[in-house]
Design a protein around this ligand. Structure first.
Ligand SMILES: O=c1ccn([C@@H]2O[C@H](COP(=O)(O)OP(=O)(O)O[C@H]3OC[C@@H](O)[C@H](O)[C@H]3O)[C@@H](O)[C@H]2O)c(=O)[nH]1
Ligand SMILES: [Mg+2]
Length: 700
């Protein structure tokens, strides 16, 4: 193998191995040298998208779960010779360059670190070395900076050079006031509109469940949730406080149950555990891992779950894309999150996507961190993807004008280009105003914006997705959003950076790509927890709050409406105000995914004539619990082992559990209670648990 590798320029820049050609390596490739120069700890990491970069850095010792292929550079004496020669060339080139301070420090670097420094100089980044003291002072910090540069270089498709180039272009466009939508006329696209519970919906759900065993699920959870202002990670928040189940537990249980249902349909041909990937960041990684480990992965196999950590990107100090120095440490570059769009390059560079494709998977389902209604429409949407053969299917809900969710829009250019794409919420209004809609982002006669609201639950078909990423390396169209000091647009208030969004993936697709979207009922599928109480209270009346308060009450509403559709008589909700937000309070109906993951499941398990009063709470935990002629006025919590069947009927009456307002500013209460403005006071309940297999019935 060594003989096949041509080592040049201190690094594996040229590959002559037919086996490990550029773009063909699905696992990470590393190389380790034995000599003193390289040190035993040196690890080279190459991503398939930029095998030509020299991305050496000592920080990358951690191997995570990935396969590293180590190539011993020193195994070949030819490599040794090459190495020395090229190191000399490089240093000579450097001496002619403009950074005497860097020149004085060259002796402390490995040759490939010097190479990176040179690359930076060539791209107008000499300020990074400007006030460096002579070698011998702060050497570790200087090396750490080059280590950071190597990481920034290796984690961006095309490397830092490409980052700086794109940044300059986008900053110039921004300064010139160029609109990314220039020449595009927006119009309302048509998609598949689902009506919850009708025959069509049930048909799609059934088709979708069949597909789940061919799907992989990907949660993007690298965001810190600055708008929410919660100190923990968002996936650890309880999605409702009746049971206290956190988001991540609910997601995992839903995936497990859907995959079980899918296997049930396949009758014995089921071979695999459905993969689940969580994209984390430095802000969320350790706590996400800890949440999983301390809860035995909520029932999933630990091997089934993969965490992919996104790296931050370099901040930009000015219009020339000079990298911003960290205000706290002159030997570091300031970094900020690059956005959820990183998920594509990570799935590609980690080799997971290729693995899935090779294993015959057909779908990748993406979703976000805090939507308790997330899985309500996934089965039907998967069914739509399969039936319509969509390469891209975005799940959406009716959108209120000014609601902070993107609008799905058809964009038609004078030159004939056309696409159906998310226009982010801050861009929709200016785009509409600029194209002959003086009211901008406004509701139409339906009471909603005519543009369906993107909820960022995307279903991509693996084959076309892999084909596309093989071309792009997972790079997504980026944008920059600098806050200028004044109208001359020459200086920024604070450093900026490039960002990207996962829903911008279709922007590079050819016109032949089958891009569609699916709209569901407004109450069914979206109730994110993003806004803090103060901001939520300022949301225009009638628009969703996107707060912890609305996130929880929306779950009760959705479950109550679902039971209503299945024939249960449920009282109308009452209006209550918590944390300054008026919400509908429905009966607190909650069930575990193992009871029902589709509407067909619910219908099968509910019969006769049942009723639930507004003050009631119903918690269903067991699998085969059949609600039949139940009259509930109070709280009923019911659990059973999987092979028990429990008929629940008769009249249950007690003082139940009460929703009580709390003061959001009361520091005596936990943060997760304060952000919703209420707590559940568990006064009285009937709680039954059936631990023996067989048939049981509850008829109080
Ligand atoms: O760098 C990041 C940023 C965000 N994220 C994740 O991406 C998800 C979405 O982040 P945000 O909540 O900040 O997204 P926003 O609310 O700004 O908009 C997003 O959701 C609503 C949609 O309508 C918008 O079109 C979509 O961009 C979260 O799960 C977050 O954890 C990352 O994983 N990495
Ligand atoms: Mg955001």
């Amino acid at each position: 193998m060594y003989a096949q590798i041509c080592v040049s320029s201190l690094c594996l820049q040229t590959w002559s191995s037919p086996k490990i050609g550029c773009g063909e390596v699905s696992s990470e490739v590393g190389c380790r040298g034995k000599g003193t120069d390289w040190g035993n700890h040196s690890v080279l990491r190459h991503r398939p998208s930029h095998l030509h970069d020299c991305s050496y850095h000592p920080l990358l010792e951690r191997k995570e779960n990935r396969d590293l292929l180590f190539i011993d550079l020193m195994a070949s004496s030819a490599a040794d010779n090459n190495n020395d020669k090229l190191a000399n060339v490089q240093i000579n080139e450097l001496s002619a360059s403009a950074s005497p301070n860097l020149q004085k420090n060259l002796s402390i670097f490995y040759p490939d670190q010097a190479e990176l420094a040179k690359m930076l100089l060539e791209r107008g980044q000499s300020h990074l070395f400007e006030d460096w003291p002579d070698a011998g002072v702060d050497d570790d910090e200087k090396k750490a900076l080059l280590g950071q540069v190597a990481l920034l270089n290796s984690s961006y498709p095309g490397g830092l050079a490409s980052y700086i180039k794109t940044a300059r272009e986008l900053l110039a466009d921004s300064k010139a006031g160029k609109n990314p939508f220039d020449g595009f006329i927006p119009s309302v696209p048509s998609g598949e509109v689902l009506t919850f519970g009708d025959d069509n919906f049930i048909k799609y759900e059934e088709a979708g469940v069949r597909q789940v065993q061919n799907a992989a699920f990907v949660l993007v959870a690298g965001g810190l949730g600055e708008r929410l202002g919660y100190n923990g990670i968002k996936v650890a928040l309880p999605m409702e406080t009746t049971t206290g189940t956190c988001f991540l537990q609910h997601y995992i249980e839903s995936i497990l149950c859907l995959s079980e249902a899918s296997c049930g349909q396949a009758q014995g041909q089921c071979r695999r555990d459905v993969p689940f990937v969580i994209m984390t960041s430095d802000d969320t990684h350790a706590r996400t891992l800890q949440l999983l480990e301390s809860n035995a992965y909520f029932g999933m196999k630990s091997t089934q779950v993969k965490l992919l950590k996104q790296e931050k990107v370099a901040c930009l100090a000015d219009n020339d894309a000079r990298l911003a120095i960290d205000p706290k440490n002159k030997y570091r570059i300031q970094t900020k999150p690059h956005g959820h769009g990183d998920v594509h390059s990570l799935l590609y560079s980690s080799g997971l996507l290729r693995e899935w494709k090779d294993a015959g998977l057909r779908w990748v389902v993406f979703f976000q961190d805090t939507n308790g209604l997330l899985f309500k429409a996934i089965p039907a949407a998967l069914g739509v993807s399969a039936t319509k053969e969509y390469h891209v299917n975005s799940l959406s809900v009716p959108r209120k004008a000014k609601e902070a969710i993107g609008g799905i829009t058809r964009l038609t250019h004078a030159d004939g280009r056309e696409m159906v794409i998310n226009v982010e919420y801050n861009q929709l209004d200016p785009l509409l105003r600029a194209t002959g809609h003086p009211d901008g982002d406004a509701n139409c006669e339906t009471g909603y914006s005519p543009y369906p609201g993107n909820i960022n639950q995307l279903i991509l078909e693996v084959g076309p997705y892999m084909d596309e990423l093989s071309k792009t390396g997972g790079a997504i169209k980026e944008f920059v959003n600098p806050k200028y000091k004044d109208s001359t647009k020459t200086a920024f208030k604070s450093s900026t950076r490039l960002e990207c969004m996962m829903q911008d993936y279709p922007k590079t697709l050819p016109p032949s790509a089958r891009v569609g979207f699916t709209v569901t009922d407004p109450w069914l599928a979206y109730a994110p927890v993003k806004n803090n109480p103060d901001d939520a209270a300022k949301v225009p009346k009638g628009n969703p709050y996107h707060s912890a308060t609305s996130g929880e009450t929306s779950i009760y509403r959705s479950n109550s409406m679902t039971l209503r559709k299945a024939g249960v008589k449920i009282d109308d909700p009452v209006l209550q105000v918590f944390n300054g937000q008026e919400v509908e309070v429905w009966s607190r109906v909650v069930w575990k995914p193992k009871w029902a993951v589709t509407f067909a499941d619910v219908k099968r398990k509910v019969s006769g004539s049942s009723s639930i009063s507004q003050k009631s709470t119903l918690v269903i935990k067991g699998r085969n619990i059949l609600i039949e002629d139940l009259s509930l006025d109070g709280t009923l919590v019911i659990d059973s082992v999987d092979d028990a069947e429990v008929k629940v009927g008769g009249s249950v009456q007690n003082n139940g559990w009460k929703i009580e307002s709390v003061d959001k500013d009361s520091t005596a209460l936990p943060e997760e209670v304060r952000i919703r403005g209420f707590k559940i006071n568990k006064v009285e309940q009937l709680e039954k648990s059936y631990s023996e297999p067989g048939k049981h019935s509850l008829k109080p």
